[in-house]
Design a protein around this ligand. Structure first.
Ligand code: DAH
Length: 465
């Protein structure tokens, strides 16, 4: 047999470690089993005996001679140990092929020790079983109906036993069989428990591990101002509405009494959309490019178009201007528009509301003053000033020694605006204001650079947590 591995050295077989040696012997065991089963079928199992057992076995002497040649000491040791195992394996299986006489079992005295040896071999095998596959292999070797060891014992020893020893052999056989079945059973249970245990350890969650701490963010200072202002006006009965950031020139300018060539458009240069072109709003004539709103005031018109007085709204939102960014300018910033229209709203209501808001927002000690100003959509128009929050009105570099700081623009709604929304200007009056959110935040916290709001530097943001 040229392919017979026992005719080659380990080096020739490419085996250089213990695992490789173990595999070679496993293969030999398989080969033995196959040969024995075939020979037994053919009624000549003794041919196998000649090959595999006894000092004259050519195969066994080849194994020792070839597989220990040239290998390291540890590898040779391993070969010898595995070989012992192979001898036991072969002897056990050939032993049960012998006839009752050959096995010396016609002498009842010998039966006990002989079966004890068998039980021992089984116990060693089952101890070596570490998983279900091992266990199934052992079970098959011992209890398989066709060629299992128990079947061999039964047909070679038990059945042909003469009446004198039959009883003894039968009892020993049944004890062995019972032992094997019971041991297989309990070993299977042990293996299952062990497997479950390993799975449990593998999947166990360590509840004592510290959790993942997710740092809590904080509200952006601008958001805090929005919320504070909304709170104040909600408490006065205003509602909060939002409007589009993309506007038509009609709402952004015309309906607010800022005609096309009015100089008030100068400081409100903005971004025009390439497309789409807006049709004049709600049947109003003219097609014009959409723009990014320059203030939240257009929502005054949109709100009044939608509803009759009383109107009390605030409009928080983003606005855009074509400004280069610096400490006091940005191409985007935030406003909160306010509008109150009803019958009998007077300048007094306007002043009271403004003063109330300023005291709520900046503190009870702050005084307010109104300075004349100009906006096309209010008449009269004012700038609302407050006593400087940093020096209490004594004069400092924030208020440029004046003791006052400018807060926001406001005024009584210009009757011309009512004309655009079909309100009866003789019946209704009202006021409006436009709060700059960045500016009010700046004054509250003494922030000297508008760009800080948008750089998202956590060292800045954390101060408002
Ligand atoms: N829309 C103005 C601006 O952006 C601010 C403003 C001023 C709004 C006076 C108003 C107002 O409602 O009455 O500059």
């Amino acid at each position: 047999m040229t392919n017979d591995p026992t005719a080659k050295t380990l080096a020739e077989l490419g085996v250089s470690d213990a695992a490789g040696v173990a595999r070679l012997f496993d293969d030999l065991k398989v080969r033995f089993r196959v040969e024995l089963a075939r020979a037994a079928d053919e009624g000549d199992w003794r041919a196998v005996l000649r090959d595999w057992q006894g000092p004259g076995s050519a195969l066994r002497s080849r194994v020792i001679a070839n597989w220990t040649r040239g290998g390291s000491d540890t590898l040779c040791d391993r070969v010898r140990r595995e070989n012992e195992g192979l001898i036991g394996f072969v002897n056990l299986r050939l032993g049960v092929m012998l006839s009752l006489e050959e096995a010396g079992l016609n002498n009842a005295e010998v039966v006990g020790p002989r079966f004890a040896t068998l039980e021992n071999s089984f116990d060693r095998e089952i101890e070596d079983c570490n998983d279900e596959a091992d266990l199934n292999r052992t079970k098959l070797a011992w209890t398989s109906r066709n060629s299992g060891l128990l079947t061999r014992i039964s047909s070679n020893w038990l059945r042909p036993a003469p009446p004198g020893v039959k009883r003894t052999v039968g009892q020993a056989f049944n004890r062995l069989k019972g032992h094997i079945e019971q041991a297989l059973e309990s070993r299977r249970a042990e293996i299952e428990v062990a497997a479950e245990q390993t799975a449990l350890t593998r999947e166990r969650k360590d509840l004592s591990l510290p959790g993942v701490v997710r740092p809590l963010g904080s509200r952006h200072p601008l958001r805090q101002t929005f919320e504070e202002i909304e709170r104040i006006f909600l408490s006065l009965g205003y509602s909060v509405v939002a409007g589009p950031e993309m506007e038509t020139p009609y709402y952004n300018f015309e309906a607010l009494n800022i005609p096309e060539h009015h100089p008030a458009r100068d400081n409100m240069d903005t971004f025009y959309m390439a497309a789409p072109f807006a049709q004049g709003a709600q049947g109003k004539p003219g097609a014009a490019p959409l723009l990014l709103r320059t203030h939240t005031s257009p929502m005054q018109v949109r709100a009044m178009e939608k509803q009759q007085p009383p109107v009390r709204i605030i409009v928080p939102g983003k606005v855009y201007r074509r400004d280069n960014p610096d400490a006091t300018h940005g191409f985007m910033f935030h406003q909160i528009e306010g509008l109150a229209v009803d019958t009998d709203i007077t300048f007094c209501d306007f002043k009271g509301t403004v003063e109330y808001f300023v005291r709520e927002f900046l503190g009870p000690g702050v005084k307010t003053r109104l300075r004349p100003s100009y906006f096309p959509f209010t008449e009269p128009s004012v700038e609302v000033d407050a006593t400087c929050v940093f020096c209490g009105g004594k004069g400092c570099n924030v208020c440029k020694q004046s003791g006052w700081i400018e807060l926001f623009g406001a005024g009584m709604v210009d009757p011309a605006v009512y004309g655009f929304v079909n309100y009866d200007a003789a019946r209704y009056s009202g006021f409006a204001f436009g709060l700059g959110v960045e500016r009010l935040t700046q004054l509250k916290y003494n922030i000297n650079d508008l760009q800080l709001y948008f750089q998202n530097d956590v060292r800045f943001l954390r101060q408002f947590a």
